[in-house]
Design a protein around this ligand. Sequence first.
Ligand code: ATP
Length: 236
Amino acid sequence: MTTLLQASQLCAGYGRLQIIRDISVRVPERQLTVVVGPNGAGKTTLMRALVGIIPISGGSVTLAGTQVNSLGVSRRVANGLVLVPEGRHLFAQMTVEENLELGGYLLKQSERRALLDQVLALFPRLAERRKQLAGTMSGGEQQMVAVGRALMGKPKCMLLDEPSLGLAPKMVTELFRILRQICDAGTGVLLVEQNVRQALSVCDHAYILEQGQVVADGSGPELLQGERVRRSYLGL
Ligand code: ATP
């Protein structure tokens, strides 16, 4: 199985404050991979370190076999590593279509149009509302625009930081269904989630992050049946 993204022994933090320690995670092709953990565990910090928003103090990040440690954020994006951050960050006064097109700004126009059609086919709701201002879309729809915009960059691997936050349960199910399709089509997906039960139910492999370290990993069903998850996350 091709590994699209690999973090090995990653250490990072803010200034002298080390938040994540010796984290190793792997995102294989066609395997929906998730990171779950409580508030403050370091999930967002891990995402930031992977895409280069914050520097790492140890370890390495490899994208499709190439080490990217020394590349800045924009070079990593150009190489196919994108982050859909928590909170979406859309251009509210631009239409859905314009927001999506911005994600493909590096592509030639003909390629961008073709990819836009593919993305709209994946998100029928966005296709219906392509001319609507992004700021007037519902929370779930805006999240889909953010994911669609990231796809317009033709990523090798997409990282998503809590995309289900604040969404109605039906929207969360729809979003996870689409992420599965994206993953099956060959784009790597690493998903950070607080929604532990649902994330473990849909993923292929999960890592549990606590206090900046991976404390367990395994398949979704394995972890759902394990003592740690049942006690600490499912209240059983
Ligand atoms: P949540 O689920 O609540 O979003 P998280 O697992 O994503 O949490 P992080 O946001 O990575 O956790 O935060 C991990 C720790 O790093 C926290 O103690 C937080 O206070 C600290 N932290 C986050 N950002 C900064 C920053 N810019 N400067 C200093 N400390 C920070």
